[in-house]
Ligand binder design. Structure first.
Ligand code: CMP
Length: 157
């Protein structure tokens, strides 16, 4: 099954919309298989965005990411990469498509709320960048329905 990587940037956490971001992906039917929150160190951020190191927005981008914590996550589903990119919208928050996360909650081109992998190859690279394979959780979304605590079960009867 296709996997993708979503990063909630410091503005998403600061604006207290992390839940709304996660909700949109869950509502779309995507399956959350890994998530962690941490405050990144400069070398990690520079390494993650190294593809942009010669662009004029590289320094402001790195400085912005260093202003707060990140929530990195892995999502699974058919065409997960394309679906998540559609939900978040294009890079610049102001010109992002109506209803997309960046349009709703982003600020501008740098402070654009979230990052998501733009190809299956980059999704693999980004997932490996942030997670070890043992951190990707293998589970069935319906397994919780199987177990009912016996006390509760007696009350329900
Ligand atoms: P992201 O999806 O994290 O991938 C690269 C980031 O670089 C992008 O979101 C923006 O935050 C930033 N970025 C890309 N293009 C520009 C731009 N033209 N001006 C400012 N920031 C940009």
């Amino acid at each position: 099954m296709e996997k993708t990587c979503l990063v909630i940037k410091p503005d998403g956490i600061g604006k207290k919309v992390a839940g709304k971001i996660i909700d949109r992906l869950e509502t779309d039917g995507l399956k959350l298989i890994a998530m962690k929150m941490f405050r990144p160190a400069r070398p990690l951020v520079e390494n993650f965005y190294s593809i942009h190191k010669d662009r004029d927005f590289f320094v402001p981008l790195v400085e912005f990411i260093l202003t707060g914590p990140l929530i990195v996550s892995v999502w699974e589903g058919e065409n997960a990469v394309r679906r998540v990119r559609k939900i978040i919208g294009s890079t610049h928050s102001k010109s992002a498509e109506p209803g997309t996360l960046r349009k709703l909650y982003g600020t501008d081109g740098t402070r654009n709320l979230v990052h998501a992998a733009d190809s299956v190859e980059n999704a693999v690279r980004e997932i490996e960048f942030f997670f070890s394979m043992s951190e990707l959780i293998n589970y069935d979304e319906h397994d919780w329905e199987l177990a009912v605590p016996s006390e509760l079960y007696r009350k329900q009867k």
